[in-house]
Design a protein around this ligand. Structure first.
Ligand code: FPP
Length: 250
């Protein structure tokens, strides 16, 4: 019998709910925005950590449809940070071949950010090996409503047949249409909620909740989450025996 460690299966698509910036700052007696500033540094390091570990698609929940309700100065500061980040990262994305994508109603983001996003996406669109997806003004329910509306319009225009409705056809109207479903969803800061994030796409994902606050999240934490993912058995509705026929008959 071999005792070789099982090969690591790296999740193709990892999605992260970045949480805990405010508490990180508060525990140090700093303003909340300082936590977000540090959070941006973690966005940067995690983008490359995920790629080093073999992840192909990384989705980060950067701003939700509900986040507009935060105090106006915090919303403004977050937009400022996002603008600063996009300006600074364009060169890095091009040099390191990171394809940038977004999900969410980005047409409601400030015009300056929309412009930066367009430029960055255009300049990185041909990088096929690694994709960073920023969820901006994203909410899963809003996404579902938008998709239902687009699908209904396609039916009305005779492009889709109502009788042929299936997940395969409907999911083409989600903003994630050309992205694989997430295999692993991580939430930092000890909260154990999904908060309107990728509700439909994460139907079969594994969830890992870590107490680490987002500004403290490191490559080692990501590697630990991937190791935990490896210990779990994904059954997609099947039985263990169906998934491991050889082992089951031994
Ligand atoms: C949660 O912390 C974090 C967010 C509101 C969004 C994450 C934003 C960033 C990391 C910065 C901007 C992003 C990019 C891509 C440049 P919280 O404020 O809810 O923390 P708390 O729960 O401790 O208050």
């Amino acid at each position: 019998m071999s005792h070789a460690p099982a090969p690591t299966h790296v999740p193709h698509h990892v999605a992260i709910i970045m949480d805990g910036n405010g508490r990180w700052a508060k525990s140090r007696g700093l303003p909340r925005i300082e936590g977000h500033r540090r959070g941006v540094e973690t966005v940067r390091t995690t983008t490359f950590a995920a790629r080093d570990l073999g992840v192909k698609v990384l989705t980060l929940y950067a701003f939700s449809v509900e986040n507009w309700k935060r105090p106006q100065d915090e919303v403004g500061a977050l937009m400022g940070l996002l603008e600063y980040y996009l300006k600074k990262e364009l060169e890095t994305f091009v040099r390191d071949r990171v394809r940038l994508r977004t999900i969410g109603r980005t047409d409601e983001m400030p015009a300056s950010i929309q412009k930066l996003l367009r430029t960055t996406m255009e300049e990185t669109k041909n990088f096929a090996d690694y994709t960073l997806v920023l969820a901006l003004n994203y909410g899963a329910r809003t996404e579902a409503v938008d998709a239902a509306r687009a699908y209904a319009a396609a039916v009305a225009a005779g492009k889709e047949k109502l009788n042929d409705s299936s997940w395969e056809t409907f999911s083409r109207y989600l903003t994630t249409a050309d992205l694989p479903d997430p295999d692993l969803v991580i939430r930092t800061s000890g909260e154990t909620r999904i908060s309107n994030f990728l509700l439909l796409q994460a139907a079969y994902a594994e969830f890992i909740f870590t107490p680490v606050l987002w500004p403290d999240f490191t490559k080692a934490d990501l590697a630990a989450a991937i190791a935990e993912f490896n210990k779990r058995e994904r059954r997609f509705g099947l039985t263990s025996e169906q998934l491991k026929p050889a082992a089951a008959t031994k």
